[in-house]
Design a binder for this molecule. Sequence first.
Ligand SMILES: [Zn+2]
Length: 263
Amino acid sequence: MGAKARAWVNRGLVVLATAAGVGLILRLPAIATVGKLAILATAALIGGIVAFREIPAFDPLGRVHWRLPRRPTRACAITFDDGPSASTLRVVEILGRHQVKATFFVLAANARRHPDLLRMLAEQGHAVAIHGVTHKKIHRDSEASVEREISTAMTELSALGVQPARLYRPPHGLKSRAALRVARKLGYQLWAWSRGIWDTDRPDPEVLVRRATRFACARMVLLLHDGRGDEEHPDIEPMLAALPRILERLCADGFTFLTLDRA
Ligand SMILES: [Zn+2]
């Protein structure tokens, strides 16, 4: 729906809501009923808009990717946001011990701090994708601003020696129609996730293992963090302690691991 059409819909809803108020005050049942329906429609519309923006995987039109396509094997994807950080090296070592390739949605600002780690990710066969330049929320930004964010991140990562995959996950998973339009225009897939375990809250590692594995199912896209937003020295120790056990349990349950650029 274009901006003009949206404006007319909004005006219509305001008129109907006003009619409802008048109908209720003057005790005119027919007008009041129409008005009540209008109020319900308005609430549903506003609820839908808020849900679309605030719930990462929610998109009634299916434009947001959040789980792997169907395939014959029991596959899942491990994804990391907010890196690279000094701890990314330990993440890569753990992944290497389990022969798991993962997808890293990196911030260009963090990649500037750790260009060697960025290149190491690509060299070791992990997928490098875009999370942004910084960790600022983009869901209220204009199309031009979102385009600048993605393009700048792409340019900066390329200058550091890594050509990122055309996969974009906005900070906090907060999206907008503008973000979807830009992603389509630039040829990017917009990715959310199917399982988040709130590792940046730094709970006990056993809690993270339980959250990641208890309801693990085929097509799962697991969200973890090898950084913490724009923090220069993030503490991700609980995730690092949990990661080997998460991978061991998923391997024991017969999962294979895909990177999102090959999904
Ligand atoms: Zn993030």
